[in-house]
Ligand binder design. Structure first.
Ligand SMILES: CC(C)(COP(=O)(O)OP(=O)(O)OC[C@H]1O[C@@H](n2cnc3c(N)ncnc32)[C@H](O)[C@@H]1OP(=O)(O)O)[C@@H](O)C(=O)NCCC(=O)NCCS
Length: 177
């Protein structure tokens, strides 16, 4: 049976369980998200700052996810604001990007990044992001899309037990032509 090309569409409430199933598989394989234990994964989709999120769907199955977050302040935005010269209110965080393991290197991650990045200017914002320094696939993807490194961030999360250190690169999307 032929499989259809994945379609990117806005995420709905009804997608929550399927997104969590997919993230659980990604977490087991890639260790992403870096700072969460499996039991904490449901909270990953409950950001108060999520302004939009999209899923990729293939034959009725969720195979990818990406979001844009617009927090009023955030350490990543502070680094990106300095590098871009734009205030936080003119930036949007590309976040929660992941693709089903069986569809890797088929261009879906690139399509999701492009989709989310293209939305930010419609809000008067430029897309930026942070990425774990231990995630080479994601770093390669962003750099292949022309994103440039804005700086780095070392977070010490002491509300976790045990506390967690996160070493991140901050990237900015290509400036509008
Ligand atoms: C990062 C991720 C989303 C990439 O998704 P993907 O669908 O495999 O990426 P694409 O097929 O669109 O790849 C686009 C380009 O990125 C680069 N790239 C992606 N994966 C790569 C890898 N494993 N090694 C080297 N380059 C890679 C390549 O330049 C690739 O182009 P090419 O295949 O023509 O050479 C996916 O690996 C993933 O879900 N990883 C786990 C979650 C994660 O790390 N999320 C990022 C959070 S910041």
């Amino acid at each position: 049976m032929r499989t259809a090309t994945p379609v990117i569409r806005e995420k709905t409430e009804g997608d929550t369980a399927a997104c969590l199933d997919l993230l659980t598989r990604v977490h087991a394989r890639d260790g992403y998200p870096l700072h969460l234990a499996p039991g904490d994964l449901p909270g990953f989709f409950r950001s108060a700052h999520e302004r939009a999120a999209w899923v990729a769907e293939q034959d009725g199955v969720i195979v990818g996810h990406v979001a844009l977050h617009c927090p009023p302040e955030d350490p990543t935005l502070t680094v990106a604001a300095e590098a871009t010269g734009l205030p936080s209110a003119r930036l949007a965080l590309l976040a929660r990007l992941f693709v089903a393991p069986e569809l890797r290197r088929t261009g879906l991650g690139r399509a999701l990044v492009r989709h989310a990045t293209a939305q930010a200017p419609a809000w008067g914002r430029r897309a930026v992001l942070d990425v774990g320094q231990t995630l080479p696939s994601a770093i390669a993807l962003y750099e292949s899309e022309g994103w440039s490194r804005a700086g780095e961030l070392h977070l010490h999360l002491d509300d976790f037990d045990p506390p967690i250190n996160l070493d991140l690169w901050v990237y900015m999307s290509p400036a509008a032509a």
